[in-house]
Design a protein around this ligand. Sequence first.
Ligand code: NAD
Ligand code: GLY
Length: 358
Amino acid sequence: MTTTLEVGLGARRYPIRIGRGLLADAAGWRDAIRGRHALIVSDGNVAPLYAARLQTALSRGGLLTNTLVLPAGEAHKHLDAVSKVLDALAQLGATRDACVLALGGGVVGDIAGFAAACWMRGIDFVQFPTTLLAMVDSSVGGKTGVDHAAGKNLIGAFHQPRAVIADLDTLATLPGRELRAGLAEVVKTACIGDAAFFAWLEENADKLLARDTDTLTHAIATCCRFKAGVVERDERETGERALLNFGHTFGHALETETGYGTLLHGEAVAIGMGLAARLSTNLGMASDADMQRLQSLLQRIGLPVSLPAGANADALLARMRLDKKNRAGALRLILWRGIGRAEIAEGVQDAAVRAVLA
Ligand code: NAD
Ligand code: GLY
C-alpha cells in the first residue's frame, strides 16, 4: 500500500508518496517530468544499488537521460559537487523543462536540489530519498544547498521539488548507524510539536530499529505531515519553520567544528537536542523530567547524548554565531517548554549557553 500526502503550496503543491516498489513504478512519478531531459544524481553507495531501477523506468518514456554519481558523504556536500551536476546538465543539453532526479540521502538531495535551483534559474527536480533521514525531513520542504568551510548549509536556495517518492524497499540496505541517525529527526518532530507521537516512539522504538514496514510508514508519514504543515504556513522560514531546527544550532556547530562527516548529521542533532533541553531546564523553561525522557529515548535508539571528548565551548559558541537563524549578531535558539512544545528563544545569554557546552 502506498501512502500519499501533499505539500499544499498552491500551484507548486506536490505529492509525497511513501510505499514499497516505488522506484521501478514510474506511474507514481512520471508526470512530474515535463520535458525531454532527465538527469539522475546519486552517490557512490546508492547508485550501484538503485540507479538501474530508475534508469529502466525512465528508458520506457523516450527521454534523454544520464546518471551522475557523486562521492558519498557530508564531506562532499560543497560547491564542487554542484558544479559537477551543472556540468552534467550542460552535457545532457538540458533545457528549461529538464528534470533532476535526486536519488539518495540528504546530501544528494540538497546538492541536486540546489543545482536544479541554479540551472537556467530553476528547473524541476524530484526527490527519491533513500535514507530514513531524507524520507522524514530533508526531501520535504524545498531547502537545498551545500556547506561552506565556515558553516553548515550556508550556501543554498529555497526550491521545492515536484514530488517526493520514498521507496521503503531502499531502507533494507541502509547501515544501522544511518537508520539511527534518521531516527534523531523523527524524535525531533515529536519534541517540537507532538507529545503523543513522542509517547508512541517510546513504545515503538524497537520496531523502528527492526525496520518493521508498517511502523516505519507511520513514523515517516507523521513526520512528513507535520513538516508539510509547517512549510505550508511558513515556506521561507520567517517564523514557525525555525522550530524545525530544534537541536540544530548546537548540532551544526558540532558538525562544522568536528569536521564534516565525523559525526553524522542526525547524531549531531541528537546531541544538540539534549543540549537544548538541558539549557531549557537551566533557564527554568522546562522540567528536568522531560529532559530525562528525551535522553533515555535517544539512548535506547543508540544515539549519542553527550558532547564528544575535547569539545571546546568557545569554539562551538563562535560557530553558533554564524547560524542562519541569528539576527543582528544575537543568538536565536530553539528551546522547549517540555515534550511537544518547542519555541524560539531570543536573547539567551552566552554564559547560559557556555554552561551547557562546558
Ligand atoms: P547522506 O546523504 O550522507 O546518506 C547517508 C549515507 O548512507 C551515505 O553514505 C549514503 O551513500 C548512504 N546511503 C543512502 N541511502 C542508502 C541506502 N538506501 N542503502 C545504503 N546506503 C545508503 O546523509 P543523510 O543522513 O541522508 O542526510 C544528511 C544531510 O541532510 C545533511 O547534509 C543535512 O544537512 C541534510 N538535511 C537537509 C535538510 C533539508 O531540509 N534540506 C533537513 C535535514 C537534513
Ligand atoms: N530541516 C529544517 C527545515 O527544513 O526547515
